[in-house]
Write a protein that binds this ligand. Structure first.
Ligand SMILES: [Zn+2]
Length: 82
């Protein structure tokens, strides 16, 4: 008896708190960049998905230096400015 319809991936590890906002957000945030020597616009990049929230990193749009990060839990209401 050959069962070829066995699922290969076990239980789908889906968190009940799964978010559907994977799109990149545009923000008018500016942070001070030590390399550029002034406040620059930043790019927000999703770095990690943690149990307590999504961790984002802020990168200078000009030189790519990491200027900070934040953890976004649920609603996008908290913003860490260094
Ligand atoms: Zn910079």
């Amino acid at each position: 008896m050959n069962r070829s319809y066995r699922p290969r991936y076990g239980v789908p590890a889906r968190s009940p708190r799964q978010k559907e906002k994977q799109f990149e957000k545009l923000r008018a945030t500016e942070l001070y960049c030590p390399k550029c020597g002034r406040a620059t616009p930043v790019r927000e990049r999703l770095l990690l998905v943690l149990p307590e929230g999504d961790k984002y990193e802020y990168l200078c749009v000009y030189c790519g230096t990491s200027l900070g990060d934040k953890i976004e839990r649920g609603e996008p209401k908290q913003l860490v400015v260094l």
